[in-house]
Ligand binder design. Sequence first.
Ligand code: ZN
Length: 304
Amino acid sequence: MSYVGPDFDAPEPRRPRRGPLMIAAAALVPAALLGWLVYEAVADSGGTPASATPRTGPSSAADSPADDGKLTGSPAAAGAASLKGKVVLVDPGHNPGNFRHTTEINRKVDIGTNRKECDTTGTSTNSGYTEAQFTLDVARRLRTILEQQGATVKFTQDGDRAWGPCVDERAHIGNAAHADAAISIHADGAAQGDRGFHVILPASMHQGSADTRPIVGPSRALGTRIRDGFNHVTGSPLSNYLGKGTGLVVRSDLGGLNLSTVPKVFIECGNMRDSKDAALLTSGAWRQKAAQGISEGIVSFLRG
Ligand code: ZN
């Protein structure tokens, strides 16, 4: 083999001084060390706190130490190839700072069918947990899950701006990113007793700067998958007050949908003003399930 050169031959003269036992012991040390390192790597990999991504099987952990010894066999890395090249636009509804910028968010913008407020403050639970806090938290959890599977995730805002963006800009960000799927995350503010979640789909329209005709079909497919994934993972019921029991509602009054040129839906994850739904929405464990459910729908859609 080419690596056996003069440099490797240099220690040769010392060999005769070693007895057979020395040589055997010298051979055993690296083997034992390697075995221990492999054991440690596998044990560490298995002991990592559970990720939101399902493990792909026992082979992933066993394979990783042999790759490069950097614990690349985590569940995240195991599924990394599946969504490579896919772009997902995640739109956390509203902005925690909107209520301090009423002038800016009340400014009217063109949503194709008409002009409408730039954005709104969103709702909150009766105890003051705001929709904007909720949407950002679920969005970040969703981003982690999707990125673990190899997707590129774009946000419309990440708590990194004082207010907004406006609904038209939220659509334009997804369009500019050429997103393969776009999801706007919200929670509703309806009456006590109104419970469950629903997914909002764009209506077909061609008016002003809005032309949703190309995205109505794929958006319905995306929305149906998200409804099923969300229902499956969270166990939350389909809305009992909108959508006639289907969990799907078609709307033509939302600029974020009207102006989209990529498949896009909204999800209203629950009713913040209902005490039972609010108990779910304020739970971090439940929000993790919500993110997982949304991701299942998106992944199902992207994989066709
Ligand atoms: Zn909202």
